[in-house]
Write a protein that binds this ligand. Structure first.
Ligand code: GKR
Ligand code: MG
Length: 424
């Protein structure tokens, strides 16, 4: 079997005005959809970042993969390394989408195609992708309710307000959680923090969630936007309420200090994003839970290696997410199903995406009892809807956004807004 054609299609889909440490989400999120077609009629699918620097690498790769055997992952890696070396260094990607950073160019381009290669391999063998990862240790993968403080609508909104409405007060955040849990059955809750509303307000939201959902494991994620002092102060207020404390402050040293003083388990998708940082984190005992993300950890197999490393060093494993659609959700689900030591429900932004903007046939994937289920369908178990792909590609072409920038988006609300870390 040989690769006959590779297609990388950028898409844009609507995104809600969600607040975070950098500022606020733009009206559209960008992704790229990868198709790798074999000469015997199979198509492997992948989904990755759609920011310009990432897209340029993925598109530059397309022709170099023609003729390759889709089982030749070493051949894929060699071609990624060669392509990235030949390109000019990209401009810095959004910090909150760690995989779009130039230092991650090889890992994220390899990952984008590795998923599609594995999907193609599995389809040609008539087996689910998870079987190529050693088989499923669970057939349903748990995800958490991922809450955001948010405005009711985008500034100068190009479309009608999203169905979630405003999410600013603790009561509104509890209502957001209720809707998300009613619709998806989530058992754990994560609150994105580090926003302009400030730590005390965000802790009040955690307190309200604790009262409304006494049994639910809770996490808060200020995306490194609180100083060590602020992180310690907030830990005193809510330490007992937390399952884990995600990236309260910047840097491995700061995180180590917060853990040493509070004893609260710390999780990260910001200070451990590759194996070198993993080594330094273990030496400092900076984090106790690593949030894996195959999009920038170098694919599904490297995510399994990361999970094994976590097991070796006694660390927990969970999963990070950016705004994404169903191909990524299924890739996350297949790899998470093959990780025996997955210790926490994974993150996903999926409930935030609009039902009419999925690129796979059948529309949005169901999340039932907080879980995404695997089937025995070949590969990732999803098929592309080409009408939807064309619609979202048109939206990409007209939306005017080419790289995520939550700072400039926030400056539309407040011209004096600056990127600051930590802000509080
Ligand atoms: O979408 O605003 C967001 C999140 O802050 C995202 O960009 C982060 O990468 O969800 C992520 C996280 O857990 O840090
Ligand atoms: Mg995080």
């Amino acid at each position: 079997m040989r690769i006959k054609q590779v297609r990388v299609t950028p898409i844009a889909f609507r995104d809600a005005p969600l607040l975070n440490a950098s500022g606020i989400h733009e009206p559209y999120a960008l992704r790229s959809i990868i198709e790798v077609e074999s000469d015997n009629g199979f198509i492997g699918l992948g989904e990755s970042y759609g920011d310009a620097p990432v897209l340029s690498v993925l598109q530059a790769m397309q022709d170099s993969l023609v003729g390759l055997d889709p089982f030749d992952l070493n051949g894929l890696r060699a071609r990624v390394v060669k392509t990235v070396a030949a390109l000019k260094p990209g401009t810095a990607g959004a910090e909150l989408a760690p995989g779009s950073h130039p230092s991650k160019q090889v890992a994220n381009a390899y990952s984008a195609f590795e998923v599609a290669f594995l999907d193609l391999q599995a389809r040609s063998l008539g087996m689910p992708l998870v079987d190529l990862l050693g088989g499923a240790v669970r057939d349903r993968v748990p995800f958490s309710a991922y809450l955001f403080l948010k405005y009711a609508e985008h500034v100068g909104s190009p479309y009608k307000p999203d169905r979630w409405g405003e999410g600013i007060s603790p009561e509104q955040i509890v209502a957001q959680a209720r809707t998300m849990i009613e619709e998806n059955g989530f058992k754990s809750i994560k609150l994105k923090a580090g926003t302009l509303l400030g730590p005390e307000h965000e802790v009040a939201c955690i307190k309200a969630l604790r009262q409304a959902f006494p049994e639910a494991p809770l996490r808060i994620d200020p995306n490194g936007n609180w100083s060590v002092q602020t992180s310690l102060r907030m830990a005193e207020l809510m330490g007992d309420d937390l399952e884990y404390y995600e990236d309260p402050c910047p840097g491995l040293e700061g995180m180590a200090e917060v853990h040493k003083i509070t004893g609260i388990p710390l999780a990260t998708n910001m200070v451990v994003t590759d194996f070198d940082e993993f080594r330094r984190s273990v030496a400092l005992n900076s984090v106790q839970i690593v949030l894996a993300d195959h999009h920038y950890w170098g694919g599904l197999r490297d995510t399994q290696i990361l999970a094994r490393m976590c097991d070796t060093f006694g660390l927990g494993v969970s999963m990070h997410s950016n705004s994404h659609l169903g191909i990524s959700l299924m890739a996350m689900t297949h790899v998470a199903a093959a990780v025996p030591n997955l210790s926490y429900a994974c993150d996903t932004h999926y409930p935030w995406q609009e039902p009419d903007e999925e690129v796979i046939k059948g529309g949005k994937l169901p999340i039932v009892d907080g879980c995404v289920a695997l089937t025995r369908a070949p590969g990732l178990g999803v098929e592309l809807d080409y009408d939807q792909l064309a619609k979202l590609n048109d939206q990409y072409l007209t939306c005017g956004i080419r790289s995520r920038n939550d700072v400039t988006q926030m400056q539309k609300y407040d011209p004096s807004w600056k990127a600051l870390k930590p802000r509080f």
